[in-house]
Write a protein that binds this ligand. Structure first.
Ligand code: ADP
Length: 218
């Protein structure tokens, strides 16, 4: 599903954030990418999320070799294959949970009624059927993150990336969000969680540890 082969990333100014990273994530896995601050996790996520290109090495994603693709093709692949969940939710304020999720289908050529019915289904999956009409400020942090997860999965992406998904939450809400991710994994979604939280990582079926831009266990 995701394969890095000897991937390096140097930023202008001379910082080498990733050094010869090779890793594989298989279809249906739930895996944590773990490492301390500054180890290269965000850089890895940007490359794996097709938001940036490596300085060298090859990246394969959902059966595509990414290197030869144009920016336009990369954007199209990202939109069709990847869902993102961020630490800070990134929901539109003053917009209901249902419409926040439905808007995840805006560029997929799906009619409005169908967008809303698929959004309701995604919100049901994350346990929020009773909150469809609530705007983000009427929801708890854990509920907001579950709306963000629903938005990320509504287009049924092959891969879901969650970047510190519990980082802004108290531990009970964080556990609830992790439970939702586990259920999605049990349903077959491939999920990569980026985190510096060792306890969170310890509870995942597999961890890829990075340190100083290198994979130390895979
Ligand atoms: P993490 O997410 O694990 O904290 P990052 O990937 O953000 O790690 O950072 C890895 C290294 O790359 C750090 O030394 C950081 O300062 C550097 N870095 C990250 N982004 C940039 C950038 N856009 N330009 C220059 N250096 C960067």
């Amino acid at each position: 599903m995701l394969e890095f082969t000897d991937v390096s990333k140097a930023y202008p100014g001379g910082v080498t954030a990733l050094r010869g990273v090779s890793l594989r994530v298989e279809e249906g896995e739930l895996v944590g990418i773990v490492g301390p601050s500054g180890s290269g996790k965000s850089t890895l996520l940007h490359l794996a999320g097709l938001l940036d290109r490596p300085s060298s090495g090859r990246i394969g994603l959902a059966g595509h070799q990414v290197d030869g693709l144009s920016d336009r093709q990369l954007s199209a692949l990202r939109a069709s294959c990847i869902g993102f969940v961020f630490q800070s939710f990134h929901l539109a304020s003053r917009v209901s949970a249902l419409d926040n999720v439905a808007d995840g289908l805006l560029y997929c050529g799906v009619q409005r009624a169908e967008r809303r019915s698929r959004a309701a289904e995604a919100l049901h999956k994350v346990g929020l059927s009773h909150r469809l009409d609530h705007a983000p400020h009427q929801l708890s942090g854990g509920e907001r993150q579950r709306v963000a997860i629903a938005r990320a999965i509504v287009s049924q992406p092959a891969l879901l990336y969650a970047d510190e998904p519990t980082g802004s939450l108290d531990s009970a809400s964080g556990d609830g969000v992790l439970q939702v991710l586990r259920e999605l994994h049990a349903d077959g979604t491939t999920i990569v969680i980026i985190t510096h939280d060792r306890d969170l990582a310890a509870g995942l079926p597999r961890r890829i540890a990075i340190r100083d831009g290198r994979v130390v266990t895979a």
